[in-house]
Design a protein around this ligand. Structure first.
Ligand code: FMN
Length: 339
């Protein structure tokens, strides 16, 4: 019998190897939603350059009172225009009626699963009791689910943090979630107050895992194969992983995790360069005005090229550009210098 638990003690996997691979257990990898970055154009192009990502949760959309079918947010999720990675749309609202209406609309557009955002940490969102602003109100979450679940056509997954201010807020939520027929819970074990920094609370994640009757997806701070191996050794029962900043920084990471294959540095830089140029072309078609395109690209560069030496210096050089032509010039120099 191939029992990973028994074998793991006597085998040294090395830092660069993946034990999932050895035991033929292929993990599911989700691309995390990053508002402003993992939009339709990014996701479509990503799938034509990089392997290993099974699905993407799209950045959140919020219901509007009268949401016409030609609404820009829905247009962005048109399945005919999302032909790369399979997509799970995400909705952020505290209104059960608005959520149900939009989720059912997405179902009729072809989406079998939707995701509810209970993690957005921004003050303006939290103040309105949305996103992570709901985490400290188990009763509101329960009543939301009681109202939506009977009317909801797609399956529901939930993406959450462990709390608004305190990591143990989640302990009151898991028993609530357990009462409903949910698809899965995606847990980013940070509080909203932490935003995107500070340590992930792995002990709290472990407690969630033992309490939840639903499948749990781990999300947070996976930047390398070593990070993945450490986490997957600790949380053996986790089959699905969500990666955000680590994948934007190194889009070859999912391929490494799933297939244990690796390209040379030269190949990787050439591929990233091509990917970048295609992104630039595609965004140029829809963004007008000199600063729009450079701002968009700079946002992506916040995380892109994480595996380049001097990534910070490169970002600083790019951030100084404000016009299309200077941006192109600097980026070409950066890539020329890297190879
Ligand atoms: C710029 C940015 C935008 C984000 N937008 C969303 C979003 O729209 N919906 C969401 O659920 N999470 C959003 N997140 C959170 C990420 O999906 C993810 O949970 C977080 O970055 C931790 O995972 P990571 O360490 O793998 O990046 C965002 C994060 C960043 C940095």
């Amino acid at each position: 019998m191939n029992l990973p638990g028994k074998r793991q003690k006597s085998i040294n996997y090395g830092n660069d190897d993946c034990w999932h691979h050895r035991f033929n257990m292929s993990p599911t990898i989700y691309l995390a939603p990053l508002q402003g970055i993992t939009d339709r154009i990014y996701r479509n192009l990503f799938s034509s350059y990089f392997r290993g990502v099974d699905a993407a949760v799209a950045p959140f959309i919020s219901p509007l009172k009268k949401m016409k079918s030609d609404n820009a947010q829905l247009h962005e999720l048109d399945p005919d225009r999302n032909t790369g990675i399979p997509v799970i749309p995400q909705i952020m609202t505290s209104s059960p009626d608005d959520f149900t209406a939009l989720a059912n609309k997405l179902y009729h557009m072809g989406y079998g699963t939707v995701n509810w955002n209970l993690g957005c940490p921004f003050r303006i969102v939290v103040k309105k009791g949305r996103g992570a602003g709901m985490l400290c109100y188990p009763d509101r979450i329960e009543s939301f689910l009681e109202k939506t679940m009977p009317l909801l056509k797609p399956k529901l997954s939930i993406k959450l943090r462990t709390g608004l201010k305190y990591s143990d807020e989640v302990l009151r939520l898991i028993p609530v979630f357990n009462r409903f027929d949910l698809n899965e819970l995606i847990i980013h074990p940070r509080t909203a107050v932490q935003m995107y920094g500070g340590d992930v609370d792995l002990e709290m994640f472990e407690r969630c895992l033992s309490l939840s009757k639903h499948g749990v997806v781990y999300n947070g701070d996976i930047y390398s194969i070593e990070d993945f191996n450490t986490l997957s050794m600790r949380f053996r029962q986790i089959k699905s992983w969500m990666i955000g900043r680590g994948l934007i920084g190194n889009p070859f990471l999912a391929e490494k995790i799933k297939f244990n294959t690796e390209k040379t540095r030269h190949e990787r830089i050439e591929i990233i360069r091509d990917f970048h140029d295609r992104l630039f072309d595609e965004y140029s078609k829809i963004l007008s005005g000199p600063a729009h395109i450079t701002n968009k690209m700079k946002e992506i560069w916040t995380y892109m090229g994480g595996f380049f030496e001097n990534a910070e210096k490169i970002r600083k050089r790019i951030n100084k550009t404000h016009h299309r032509e200077t941006y192109i010039d600097v980026v070409n120099k950066v890539f020329d210098e890297l190879v």
